[in-house]
Design a protein around this ligand. Structure first.
Ligand code: 13P
Length: 265
């Protein structure tokens, strides 16, 4: 049985005191529950203070990124080794890292290995651009991203990882996530099925069954139960909506309601 996972990716928003206030509000509203795991990914700046403030019965922390070398002359970078005591998870290969910061397959592969080496669970993001989809290349893109990123990992390491399917065309540009295009459940079903099949084929039945796969396009409370109904979807990697404590709480409550009604039967 895979546990539902909801990750709030705060991206490059909130200074340290704003981040602390948002965490405070979320901790007030969200009771600790065992059946849904909630993870917050603040900026690198806020990881240290939030790691002291966070109620670990309710939330775990993730980094949005880190550098794959453990230490050395890499001005401006922070390594997985430096954050290993602060976080449980790390987002790796987010589409903004791939497309805005030109992270290539090799870099993402190295980051996956570095996260695992430092006992941090990676949340690997994969997904096609609009152009890739229009060209009929979605599966090829997913294949190439998965093949490269997972190539240094054992079946056990893949099984404990998280993969987020992020259709790049269904991620907001930051202007207004509520009006942004949302992928259709059948499109998500097809991609998630492909991801899980890839993991099963390469790493075996157990890894394919246990790896958690999230939807990583724009998420609003209204889509939660319909997307959780999709075979193989285990939760969400939420962007803009995770910055608003009310909306993020609504997303989590929608997942609880779905779970209470029986979840995936
Ligand atoms: P939005 O929810 O802001 O569209 O972002 C999705 C995303 O990139 C999650 O990491």
């Amino acid at each position: 049985m895979r546990k539902i996972l909801i990750v709030g990716n705060w991206k490059m928003h909130l200074n340290a005191s704003q981040a602390s206030l948002l965490l405070h509000r979320l901790q007030e509203r969200i009771p600790g529950r065992r059946d849904i795991e909630i993870v917050l990914a603040p900026s690198m700046l806020s990881l240290q203070p939030l790691s002291v403030q966070v109620d670990r019965r309710k939330f775990r922390l993730a980094s949005q990124n880190a550098y794959w070398r453990d230490e050395g002359p890499f001005t401006g970078e922070v390594s997985f080794t430096m954050i290993r005591d602060l976080v449980s998870y790390a987002i790796v290969g987010h589409s903004e890292r791939r497309h805005v910061f030109n992270e290539d397959l090799e870099t993402i592969k190295n980051k996956m290995a570095a996260a695992v080496r430092n006992e941090i669970m990676p949340i690997l993001c994969v997904g096609e651009t609009k152009q890739d989809r229009d060209d009929g290349e979605t599966k090829q893109v997913l294949h190439d991203q998965l093949m490269s990123a997972l190539s240094n990992l054992t079946a056990g390491e893949v099984q404990d990882s998280v993969i987020a399917y992020e259709p790049v065309w269904a991620i907001s540009d930051g202007s207004n996530y509520t009006e942004h295009i949302v992928a259709k459940p059948h499109q998500v079903a097809e991609a998630v099925n492909y991801i899980r099949r890839y993991v099963t084929d390469v790493f075996g039945e157990k890894a394919g069954k246990q790896v958690r796969v999230l939807y990583g396009g724009s998420t609003v409370p209204e889509i939660v139960s319909g997307f959780l109904d999709v075979e193989g979807v285990d939760g969400f990697l939420v962007g803009g909506a995770s910055l608003n404590y009310q909306v993020f709480t609504d997303i989590i409550e929608a997942a609880w309601r779905w779970q209470r009604k029986g979840g995936k039967e």
